[in-house]
Design a binder for this molecule. Structure first.
Ligand code: THU
Length: 137
């Protein structure tokens, strides 16, 4: 994956952070995914963490971004970038375990995950990820 595309995704993630709804943790996360549909069309979707006063209902930025894409018919995850901001400081973060499994559903071993500093492979972040069946639905 072209580094320039990953940088653009990172900028989109950064641009979305202001919409994070994180009144409890004050840990704001923004994510951007490049996804592809069955017609080979590609689009970027952004997501932010959305917290809830019933804490366990919180949804991470990565899942919001991926689900936005899937719900528009974009099922192939080609790349993801994310960023966190806490107390005005920008921090590199990696997806939580639950998000890694959700990304695995639509991506593969080589799907790049960019934290603004380093490009990681999804296969390294989630070795032996669970699949109910071969290929993608
Ligand atoms: N969070 C994300 O949005 N993505 C991650 O990968 C890790 C955690 C959010 C959830 C919660 O709103 C806040 O960060 C603190 O855990």
């Amino acid at each position: 994956m072209d580094r320039k595309i990953l940088q653009e995704l990172y900028e989109r993630a950064t641009g979305s952070v202001e919409n994070a709804y994180a009144p409890y943790s004050r840990f704001r996360v923004g994510a951007a995914v490049l996804m592809e549909n069955d017609r080979g069309e590609r689009r970027v979707f952004t997501g932010v963490n959305v917290e809830n006063s019933s804490y366990g209902l919180t949804v991470c930025a990565e899942r919001v971004a991926v689900f936005k894409g899937v719900s528009e018919g974009y099922r192939r995850l080609l790349a993801l970038a994310l960023v966190a901001v806490k107390d005005g400081e920008t921090l590199p973060v990696l997806p939580c375990g639950a998000c890694r499994q959700v990304m695995w559903e639509f991506g593969d071993e080589n799907t790049p995950v960019y934290d603004g500093e380093k490009v990681h492979r999804l296969g390294d972040l989630l070795p032996g990820g669970f699949r109910l069946r071969k290929g993608r639905p």
